[in-house]
Write a protein that binds this ligand. Structure first.
Ligand code: OOB
Length: 524
């Protein structure tokens, strides 16, 4: 596919020879016994045989619509059976889903459709007051497919046909799915994940996390997020024959009754959800005794709180430090307690190469803090159609610059100490400062804007926008700014939590806005 950077031939040969890459493709992940329950989602309860058939019928429907191998399809669906079926149908015919989050709005979705030159857009009818169909009317795509009331568009239920053998089955080296990067520049980047690298990602993860056919995995994060999808996630469960249970959110009101009813054994959460659960067990009385493992990742989970999980929730905790770009670090199920609590895990694969470097790119002394660079059998070699950005994000020998500051222990475990990238991590949601600043600069009262993260006990960080006003303009309040961003079609999780007006921005010696100094102003 054009715009995709392949692995160099020597490394590819090595990953194949050493067995990291197989010839398995994402369409083949449904490996449970036919009669076993594969998926529970709202009123839907599907066995492996039923889910396989639904995916095969939907795949035939997409072929009838004209969707072909190599096409990109933007998929924006909540945690419903429709998401799982659509994903499996598309990967089966070799069309690559571009996985948007349900929270994304027109500014993000239009950009994704344009960048990916998407052939189709698949969405739900509504989410509360928000009407995806109204947004879809403005998008540059040939087909809009809607789960629910489709109005003038194609209902997902009608994307259906008798199963056929795929005319052009995807090759293991083809792009299977596009994930979204958190983004450090103006707009999020697309991450091409090949069938074989993503299959390795989910299978190796399932092994490290001890998934088996008895696993009952509760999904509370957006299913379209890498963590919930493939670390080991939904796909890791399917590959090992267990059961996936989809919850609409991580709220204890919704998640706890599902854990009790379905006897869920594993769940993946971001730190704010873990903190909420640690509190909620004291007033909710559901039986959570089936829970064996709570995976926590997406943002740093404090050692003190990790230490509470076994006593309070009655299950093991696992820290996961991952990224849509590839590299996954897990604490192991048999790691000593101290490592599980204090570190963010160690790399999934023996073939993951890790460098911790200083500002000049030289490796730091063992145990010192530096930027994490990585390369390996499931870490991207380039963002999609982004040559200039790629020149900055990768070293000449193909290491991905994560922008994360880490310390490496002799055991190989990493401790995340901070971040170098211009991004806010708001409880696991990533916000590109530059993207938000760009939207703020379009506001008539704003002359200049600088966005920083400020520490927050619950969310890890919240978003603060420093504003310099145009002469004579009155300071907008948070409500005005949120309304303004909403009309621009920006996802609500990117809205600032706080505004500060100022006359000047502190500068670094080279004249860049010093975000460190701005954060210090707030925390002081
Ligand atoms: C996961 O993926 P993304 O792509 O949303 O975000 C990746 C970034 C990392 O570069 C790092 O800055 C941060 O999120 N991060 C963590 C962390 N896990 C992710 N920072 C500190 N501690 C952690 N445990 O967030 C993601 C993907 C797969 C599995 C889990 C998380």
């Amino acid at each position: 596919m054009d715009g995709v950077t392949p692995w160099p031939a020597d490394l590819a040969a090595r990953y194949e020879a050493e067995g990291y890459w197989s010839d398995r493709v994402l369409g083949g992940v449904l490996r449970g016994a036919p009669g076993k329950t594969a998926l529970v989602a709202g009123a839907d309860r599907l066995t492996y045989a039923e889910l396989y058939l639904r995916a095969a019928r939907t795949a035939a429907g997409f072929l009838d619509l004209g969707v072909r191998k190599g096409d990109r399809v933007v998929v924006q669906l909540p945690n419903t059976a429709a998401f799982v079926v659509t994903f499996l149908a598309l990967v089966r015919i070799g069309a690559a889903p571009v996985l948007a989050l349900p929270a994304h709005r027109e500014s993000e979705i239009r950009y994704l459709c344009e960048l990916a030159e998407a052939r189709a857009y698949v969405c739900a009818d509504r989410d509360g007051d928000f009407d995806y169909r109204a947004m879809a009317r403005t998008l540059p795509v040939e087909h809009v497919v809607v789960d629910g009331d489709a109005e003038e568009f194609t209902p997902l239920a009608k994307v259906d046909g008798d199963p056929v053998t795929e005319p052009e089955p995807p090759a293991p080296s083809d792009v299977g799915v596009f994930l979204l990067s958190g983004g450090t520049t103006g707009l999020p980047k697309l991450i091409p994940r090949t069938h074989r690298d993503y299959v390795y990602n989910l299978e190796a993860s399932a092994e490290v996390c001890g998934f088996t056919s008895s696993t009952v995995y509760l999904v509370v994060l957006p299913a379209a997020h890498n963590f919930a999808l493939a670390c080991p996630g939904i796909l890791g469960v399917f590959a090992t024959g267990g059961t996936v249970v989809l919850a609409p959110s991580g709220s204890p009101d919704e998640a706890f009754p599902l854990i009790e009813r379905e006897r869920a054994t594993v769940c993946a959460v971001v730190p704010p959800i873990a903190l909420l659960w640690l509190d909620a067990v004291t007033w909710q009385d559901e039986d959570l005794s089936s829970l064996r493992l709570l995976q926590v990742g997406g943002a740093k989970f404090a050692a003190e709180r990790a230490a509470e999980v076994p006593d309070v929730l009655g299950c093991q905790v696992q820290q996961v430090f991952g990224m849509a770009e590839g590299l996954l670090n897990y604490t192991r199920l048999d790691d000593p307690r101290d490592l599980v609590e204090r570190t963010q895990g160690r790399p999934l694969s023996p073939a993951d190469e890790i460098r911790v470097v200083d500002a000049d790119g030289a490796q730091v002394a063992p145990g010192e803090v530096g930027e994490l660079l990585t390369r390996g059998p499931y870490t991207l070699r380039g963002y999609y159609r982004a040559p200039e950005h790629n020149a900055r994000s990768f070293t000449p020998d193909g290491f991905y610059r994560t922008g994360d500051l880490v310390r490496r222990l002799p055991s190989g475990h990493l401790i995340v100490e901070g971040r170098e990238k211009d991004q806010i991590n708001r409880g696991g949601d990533k916000i590109s400062a530059e993207e938000l600043e760009g939207h703020l600069l379009a506001h008539p009262a704003i002359h200049d804007a600088a966005v920083v993260g400020v520490p927050d006990p619950m969310m890890g960080e919240r978003t603060c926008a420093f504003l310099i006003l145009r002469d004579g303009e009155k300071a907008p309040d948070l409500r005005d700014i949120k309304d303004f961003l909403r009309t621009r079609g920006v996802a609500a999780y990117k809205f600032p939590d706080r505004l500060e007006t100022t006359d000047t921005f502190p500068r670094t010696p080279v004249g860049k806005v010093s975000k460190k100094a701005l954060t210090a102003r707030i925390t002081a």
